[in-house]
Design a binder for this molecule. Structure first.
Ligand SMILES: NC(=O)c1ccc[n+]([C@@H]2O[C@H](COP(=O)([O-])OP(=O)(O)OC[C@H]3O[C@@H](n4cnc5c(N)ncnc54)[C@H](OP(=O)(O)O)[C@@H]3O)[C@@H](O)[C@H]2O)c1
Length: 313
């Protein structure tokens, strides 16, 4: 049957990865394009999803039967702390418009994107799908976190009142091509790649903030794209699913920096500025639910992903 899959945020890190996978995996395969499917990757210039009228026009233009909702105001720690109300309000507006227009336009299925940063600050680890609402989020990103948490609440309400097939995915830290490499406002991997690239170019030391000891789970954007495609086709429940590598695949910031030094071919002075804050030591998330449902998935090993990253070449 013909279907139209609309990907909001189709021009971002995860959106472009989804496009890459759909266009390069063998047609008809588990993650490849299927017969009768049309994929639309929308940008904010086509429709500002904070605006209900523009959202409605986008849906009327494409008549999506399925939606992967990735669009969000996303940013690093500094931006989140400085613009709490903007993060709260823009994301509430974007999400409310996408969810409600999906309902009014009879979208058969909608998967929205949360993040492991929305989990409570004080919580027992590992994180799992049942702990999203069990305490306030970290103060630094409470605007973004509360807006994203509401999507889970709305998904349940749309299901209970109108029987909608809405759900959400919870990825951990994502990295890959088309990341945001801004030095001030990027996530750790693209930020360090940019710093190391500049150190090599300018013949200056490569200094990594903190001790390098904290551990994180990173998912390669192409793997995440496959998991979204899997959810779209094979997962039909309102409860969210954490999309992450396993807890035993945590990587230290030092390992990240080592991989970047190797990939960039940086031979200069390389050190850690231990006077800078480290952040939380670890915040592992469990991928047990995902693995049980999907029946096994081969994640791209971190080191290999780091070498596939375009700026690292
Ligand atoms: N990156 C991570 O480590 C990470 C981790 C966990 C969860 N996530 C989640 O994953 C999703 C995708 O993140 P990403 O890293 O791919 O983000 P990204 O690279 O910053 O891309 C954001 C996307 O959202 C679109 N967008 C922003 N504001 C919009 C608006 N008002 N109207 C319409 N579109 C708008 C952007 O469109 P334009 O570029 O055209 O402006 C862009 O396509 C987000 O929901 C994010 O919360 C990301």
């Amino acid at each position: 049957m013909a279907s139209v899959v609309l990907v909001t945020g189709g021009t971002g890190l995860v959106g472009r990865a989804t496009r890459h996978i759909i266009e390069t995996e063998p047609a008809g395969s588990r993650f490849g394009k299927r017969d009768g499917e049309t994929w639309i990757f929308a940008s904010s210039s086509e429709a500002d999803l904070r605006d209900p009228e523009q959202t409605r026009k986008l849906y009327e233009k494409y008549k999506p039967t399925h939606v992967i909702h990735l669009a969000a105001l996303v940013g690093g720690l500094f931006k989140n702390m400085k613009y709490k109300l903007t993060f709260l309000r823009d994301n509430i507006l974007i999400n409310d418009n996408v969810l409600h227009t999906s309902y009014t336009h009879d979208t058969k299925k909608l998967i929205s994107c949360l993040s492991t940063c929305v989990f409570p600050d004080k919580v027992e680890y590992p994180l799992d799908e049942n702990k999203i609402h069990s305490g306030p989020p970290h103060d630094s990103n409470f605007g973004y976190a509360h807006a994203k948490r509401m999507v889970d609440v709305q998904n349940h309400a749309y299901k209970e009142e109108f029987g909608c097939n809405f759900t959400s995915a919870i990825p951990t830290n994502v990295f890959g091509p088309y990341d945001n490499f801004d030095l001030e406002d990027s996530h750790v991997i693209p930020g360090l790649i940019h710093k190391c690239y500049l150190a090599k170019k300018n013949g200056t030391p490569f200094v990594v903030s903190g001790t390098g000891k904290p551990l994180r789970q990173f998912i390669y954007s192409y793997d995440l794209a496959k998991l979204f495609i899997w959810m779209l086709r094979e997962y039909d429940d309102v409860e969210p699913v954490i999309l992450s590598v396993g807890e035993d695949e945590e990587v230290s910031i030092k390992e990240v920096a080592d991989a970047i030094v190797k990939a960039v071919g940086f031979k200069g002075e390389y050190s850690f500025d231990t006077t800078r804050a480290d952040g939380q030591f670890r915040k592992p998330a469990s991928n047990k639910k995902l693995l049980k449902l999907i029946g096994g998935f081969e994640f791209t090993p971190f080191e290999q992903g780091a070498h596939l990253h375009p700026l690292s070449k």
